[in-house]
Design a protein around this ligand. Structure first.
Ligand code: NAG
Ligand code: NAG
Ligand code: NAG
Ligand code: NAG
Ligand code: NAG
Ligand code: FE2
Length: 448
């Protein structure tokens, strides 16, 4: 009897000590339990080398030694499996928190087809998600949601974007830099949480990105590890074709963080020159007349507080490096006939009149956006984050066509070779469209 009680105490005691061992660490995050964790999380999609390729990316806390996606055409029964690769990602913070980021490319997908898929390994599988592939060729009308500056806290637009995406409103999402606030915070737990938050958008619709200043820590390593964009590089710059549009994504941060090497700036600029020159060749413009760029920090600001616009109203992005004026993008984009440029960083929405070198170049007084004589710039940095809204300058510049301080995001529908339609969704006003406009062009190419 005594022995039995002793045994019971021993067993109970052991159990208690087991429990004590798997207690969360001081930061109390379930994922940091000292146990293996093979379940996929943070699932998200991107386009591959063309729109018939989809890249699936996800994370596991522990190494699974396997990265597989199973997929099936909707309403069919024959599943296929594709394997990919994984990389260990060690965050640069003090805890060197580790995770495994998996990447699988699905190629030669059928156009206009809904697929269901899950991802993982024999040690653990995700739930089943779905995506729909776009039509083949250049003659269709893509729909996108575009925004920047969405954080983990106060991601006010997220619920609406989740609903839109789940209803199949978009062929792709573009997030114009500044994620999570910040992905590296709290030993990258904030990044993990953010990637889980956007999963209901990004596991269903390709989530295309560019880096912002909030991704800077440890040489943009969280950004580079978590996102797989087209091209062989590390997602800092790339381009892709979507229907009648050639999209160009670039890093404005190479103009600011020289501590990571000046080389990134020169390399990116050379790449931009080549990519735009090619996109602007008459035979390519005949197929894909629209060139649309996106990068995080704007060329023009109507916000007094920005150090890079303050006083002299000048940005490195626009005019190039100080004094030298090398690598300015306004001239480059003008020369190659970029039609529309998206920026973020300022936590508001601004539409500019067609602009070049501080001068407005309307198509005409009645129809400024019909055959405009300079690119059209849009700042859309109001998805919502813990830094809140930003105020406008008291005196608004002449180039300011419309602005709004509401949280929200931009929608783009590229109807065809001549017509683009834009609208600004206000989340504050329950999804109301607070701005909309058409850009109409009969002819695309250099403005000079
Ligand atoms: C993964 O592979 C490594 C090296 O071969 C091995 O040490 C480890 O146990 C494997 N992990 C799993 C979960 O199979
Ligand atoms: C990392 O460690 C250094 C040196 O111990 C300390 O100064 C710093 O505050 C730590 N950083 C964080 C984010 O905890
Ligand atoms: C930062 O990362 C880039 C690759 O994106 C690399 O080319 C560069 O050398 C790195 N800089 C430093 C200082 O490590
Ligand atoms: C451009 O067009 C808008 C709208 O018609 C007008 O308000 C603005 O003054 C025009 N700017 C110039 C410089 O013509
Ligand atoms: C392009 O789209 C616009 C707007 O939907 C439409 O009015 C126009 O007829 C279209 N053009 C062609 C060639 O289909
Ligand atoms: Fe920013």
């Amino acid at each position: 009897m005594v022995n039995l009680t002793l045994l019971l105490c021993l067993v109970l005691g052991l159990c208690f000590s087991c429990r004590a061992e798997i207690k969360p660490d001081s930061n109390n995050n379930a994922l940091d339990l000292d146990i293996v964790h093979y379940q996929p999380e943070q699932v998200h999609l991107a386009f591959g080398e063309n729109l018939q390729e989809i890249v699936v990316t996800w994370s596991t806390r522990s190494s699974t030694n396997g990265s597989t996606v199973n997929f099936v055409e909707h309403a069919q029964s024959k599943w296929s499996s594709v394997s990919g690769s994984w990389e260990r990602f060690i965050d640069g913070g003090n805890k060197s928190r580790t995770q495994y980021i998996h990447k699988v490319t699905l190629s030669a997908l059928k156009p206009e087809t809904r697929y269901e898929y899950n991802c993982g390994s024999d040690l653990g599988w995700s739930a089943i998600y779905r995506f729909t592939t776009p039509p083949l060729g250049d003659n269709w009308s893509p729909s996108l949601a575009i925004y920047g500056d969405m954080g983990n806290e106060n991601a006010q637009s997220l619920a609406r974007l989740q609903r839109d995406s789940q209803m199949g409103m978009y062929d792709a999402i573009i997030h114009v830099g500044d994620f999570a606030y910040d992905m590296d915070t709290d030993d990258a737990r904030v990044g993990d949480e953010f990637m889980r938050q956007i999963e209901t958008v990004a596991a269903y619709v390709p989530y295309m990105v560019c880096p912002g200043n909030h991704e800077e820590k440890y040489n943009f390593s969280n950004y580079r590890a978590r996102f797989n964009m087209p091209g062989n590089g590390d997602s800092l710059w790339y381009s892709f074709n979507m229907g009648p549009i050639h999209f160009v994504s670039f890093s404005t941060e190479v103009y600011y963080f020289f501590n990571y090497g000046m080389k990134l700036l020169t390399k990116q600029f050379a790449w931009l020159e080549r990519d735009l020159a090619e996109a602007n060749l008459p035979e390519n413009r005949a197929k894909r007349p629209w060139i649309i760029t996106y990068g995080h920090r704007p060329m023009y600001c109507s916000d007094d507080k920005e150090y890079d616009c303050n006083g002299q109203l000048e940005t490195y992005i626009r005019q190039g490096l100080p004094t030298l004026k090398w690598f300015g993008l306004e001239d480059l984009f003008y020369k190659h006939g970029v039609d529309v440029e998206f920026f973020a960083h300022e936590h508001f929405y601004t539409r500019l009149w067609p602009i070049y070198d501080f001068k407005v170049y309307n198509g005409s007084a009645e129809a400024p956006y019909t055959n405009p004589k300079a690119p059209i710039q849009i700042i859309t940095g109001s998805a919502g984050c813990n830094e809140n809204r930003e105020p406008f300058s008291k005196v608004l510049p002449e180039w300011n066509a419309f602005h709004s301080n509401d949280y929200g995001y931009t929608r783009l529908k590229a109807h065809n070779a001549t017509h683009l339609y834009f609208e600004q969704v206000s989340d504050d006003k329950d999804g109301k469209i607070v701005d909309s406009f058409w850009v109409i062009k009969d002819k695309h190419g250099a403005y000079m």
